[in-house]
Write a protein that binds this ligand. Structure first.
Ligand code: FAD
Ligand code: NAG
Ligand code: NAG
Ligand code: NAG
Length: 691
């Protein structure tokens, strides 16, 4: 990890330094560009726009230029360095004698600039002109202003990165301080801290909408949480400000003919700078092995949410850049010749690829064809970054793009390394109701993260390249995953198993992990777990971890809302392992009979609110689990939250995993009760959704 960061920083530093060096324009270039602009703006020596080579071939133009240098006191040989270089690159070599000759020519033939009418055909301009020194100086200063704007753009690019760095640092401090100083959380529980958490960091964007799909016409989207929204909106405002800051070409710039041109160029250049500096960050945020996940302790899904928003702005900035340069080429009638260059073609390719990502990444497509989305996403993003690299190679940005590829390559490398470290063991696949159970022997050197997850590759000819994330339950020898049957590989396994006599088979698997982290719940006086249906494996390991270290001080409650008794029995072996007599273990069975293959995604909608009553029917394994409280019907979650807040001694943490609707409800109930007590109330969910 450290090497990774170092590597990145070095690349980044190189890129930034090259960017800055490129923009510190020397005085000779500045003087030449200012005078050349002035002369060509006043006297039509050439019909082509910005045809600076005219000073290398036309004696009259060169004489006027020498006069301009003289008029502002810069007629020294080293001031011609830039001109000599430019001419040499056009194979029109100039030297000191040309300058001396030109100065003499001006003395003999020079006329004030006003003597030559602006509409004179260029081939008829046969004399050098004497320019006004005051105006010439203004042109040079105008040029200086433009160059400053250009080099400032690099700083605005760095500033945009600085924003994210600061946000991540604030997150890191907030989340690590409760790990390192557990008591801090209980001290920081005043009105302000509570309001901050109630209104800013904990809630969904609006009421209960966090993890539910919102649809506006054809465009469905996952709503970010409130804090994610605030961070993203602030970033957008910052980008708008950075896109416009310091862009005022009119000030002091006498080069009025160029003003429209300059303004357009400023806007286009600034957009390009901001865009390119965000690319490495964009790739970093999209990767599973992003060191910022470790630093900030945010969920991967939070980074994916930011990844999506940054991506939108990056493409938008690229489009702004493309549009402004298109209009520049139009203004100068050079569209055709510019588009013929590979430089511009790479730029266009990048913008097209980037724009396609905006559409192919729509939630609609991610949901329906996840793997298709993933492959096209990778290909298009590669085309985008590679085109950006080709397009900016000569402009001093290659370091930034090397960093982008380094970040990407590093993520892929770590993913491969994790697979190799786990080895490729044979897993046992079996069918349990609507779930595929995957049992994988665990290598001794590999430790699972309670509350974390791992990505599984199944060694199937058609599917091995796909990896799917699942929460796991680990014991000393095995990892057990419970995968709900969906439309992809899980459906294929289900079909295979249904016809299988033993209802189980073996297959080679790759496991990439562990990812995720445990929640900081060791120091709460009370911890309440709430699992809905398939959410059981998501929090069971955390319960197990707490139980192992349980002292008499901590009170644990585990609530599991489950479809039927069979679903409970499937997990019996895991529950058996624990000394659950020491805790309050509640099981809510929501379906009384006929356990049909109904979706577990929404157990809360399966039946109307049933009264909570303790029962002991024959089908319930009450004797086997004497300490488990079985109930029929679903619990009143608001009541569960309120009574636990009331009953806890100093603070309670709610840890939840389950259907999205249940998590959203729970979050809402916790948020609405957080300021009704003096005790500390925390909420953690193990839900991560990005597709
Ligand atoms: C952190 C995490 C932990 C999870 N833990 C569990 C678990 O313990 N038990 C369980 O049953 N399910 C879990 N899931 C969901 C599980 O990963 C998907 O249901 C699974 O990938 C579907 O595979 P499929 O080929 O059968 O489905 P498909 O029919 O191909 O896909 C169904 C839907 O699943 C989603 N999906 C598919 N592949 C991925 C992917 N690689 N990454 C993200 N989403 C994807 C897409 O939204 C897709 O539309 C978890 C998901 C995440 C993100
Ligand atoms: C510069 O000098 C060379 C050699 O004397 C001459 O051929 C060339 O025309 C001069 N160029 C200009 C622009 O005067
Ligand atoms: C040069 O231009 C300035 C500003 O336009 C003007 O005030 C000044 O009189 C001019 N000088 C000459 C010598 O024409
Ligand atoms: C681990 O899995 C193997 C194969 O499924 C099984 O034989 C063994 O009993 C399991 N071990 C534990 C501790 O559950």
């Amino acid at each position: 990890m450290k090497v990774h960061v170092l590597f990145l920083l070095i690349h980044y530093f190189n890129g930034v330094q090259a960017g800055l060096e490129d923009q510190i324009i020397e005085l000779d270039q500045l003087t030449f560009t200012g005078c050349a602009n002035y002369i060509l703006d006043t006297v039509p020596y050439t019909t082509q726009f910005m045809d600076w080579a005219v000073f290398c071939r036309d004696m009259n133009a060169l004489s006027s230029l020498v006069g301009c240098f003289e008029s502002i006191g810069r007629n020294e040989l080293y001031m011609y360095g830039y001109l000599f270089e430019e001419c040499a690159s056009e194979n029109l070599v100039l030297d000191e004698s040309n300058i001396t000759n030109a100065a003499n020519h001006l003395l003999i033939d020079g006329v004030p600039a006003e003597f030559i009418r602006k509409d004179t055909p260029s081939e008829n301009v046969k004399r050098p002109v004497i320019v006004n020194g005051t105006v010439a100086m203004l042109f040079v200063l105008g040029q200086q202003q433009y160059d400053k704007m250009y080099s400032d753009s690099t700083w605005y690019g760095i500033g945009a990165l600085g924003y994210w760095l600061s946000v991540c640092l604030v997150g890191a401090i907030a989340n690590w301080s409760v790990i390192i100083f557990p008591s801090l959380r209980f001290k920081l529980n005043g009105t302000i801290a509570k309001s901050w958490r109630k209104y800013i960091t904990l809630p969904a964007l609006a009421k209960k909408s966090q993890s539910r799909l919102k649809t506006i016409g054809l465009i469905g989207m996952l709503l970010p949480s409130r804090i994610e929204t605030i961070v993203s909106v602030l970033f957008f405002v910052l980008l708008v400000v950075f896109s416009a800051a310091g862009i005022n070409p009119y000030k002091n710039n006498p080069n009025f003919a160029l003003n429209e041109f300059t303004l357009t160029k400023y806007v286009g250049d600034r957009a390009a700078h901001l865009c390119i500096f965000l690319v490495p960050l964009l790739l970093l945020f999209g990767g599973r092995n992003n060191f910022l996940i470790w630093l900030t302790r945010w969920k991967f899904s939070t980074f994916v949410a930011y990844h999506r928003w940054i991506g939108r702005w990056v493409v938008l900035l690229a489009i702004v850049h493309g549009c402004s340069y298109s209009s520049l080429f139009n203004m100068t009638n050079t569209y055709g010749s510019r588009v013929a260059t590979s430089f511009i073609q790479w730029g266009i390719t990048g913008i097209v690829a980037g724009s396609l990502v905006l559409f192919q990444g729509l939630l609609f497509l991610r949901r329906r064809w996840y793997e298709f989305f993933l492959i096209t996403h990778i290909v298009l993003v590669f085309v985008f970054v590679f085109s950006a690299y080709q397009h900016t190679e000569d402009l001093g940005f290659s370091g930034v793009l090397y960093a982008s590829f380094a970040i990407w390559g590093f993520d892929r490398f770590v993913r491969l390394a994790r697979l190799v470290v786990f080895g490729f063991p044979m897993a046992e696949i079996s069918l349990q109701d609507d779930k595929i159970r995957v049992t994988i022997p665990k290598p001794a050197h590999w430790t699972a993260v309670p509350g974390g997850h791992a990505w599984i590759h199944f060694g199937d000819k058609a599917w091995f390249w796909q990896s799917h994330p699942f929460c796991c339950i680990a014991d000393e020898t095995n990892l057990t995953f419970y995968c709900k049957v969906q439309k992809g590989i899980t459906a294929k396994f289900q079909k295979k198993l249904q016809s299988h006599p033993e209802k189980s088979f073996k297959i080679r698997v790759g496991v990439e992990g562990p990812y995720g982290k445990s929640n900081p719940i060791k120091h709460h006086s009370d911890v309440v777990f709430i699992a809905g249906g398939n959410g059981f494996p998501g929090i069971f390991s955390e319960l197990e971890q707490l139980l192992k270290a349980l002292d008499s001080k901590q009170r644990l409650q585990f609530n599991w809302i489950v479809k039927d008794v069979d679903s409970f029995n499937m997990m019996a072996e895991h529950i058996n392992r624990l000394s659950i007599a020491r805790i309050e273990f509640n099981v809510y069975i929501t379906q009384k009979s006929s356990p049909g293959p109904k979706s577990l995604d929404s157990p809360c909608e399966e039946d109307a609110f049933a009264e909570k009553k303790s029962i002991s029917q024959g089908s319930i394994p009450q004797e086997e689990f004497p300490s488990v409280n079985f109930y029929f019907g679903r619990p009143d979650l608001m009541e569960t939250v309120q009574s636990n807040i009331e009953d806890c001694s100093t603070g309670v943490a709610f840890v939840c995993c389950g259907p999205t609707a249940m998590i959203d409800d729970l979050r809402y109930f916790v948020v609405s009760n957080i300021d009704k007590t003096n005790k500390r109330v925390d909420f953690y969910d193990t839900l991560e959704i990005w597709a």
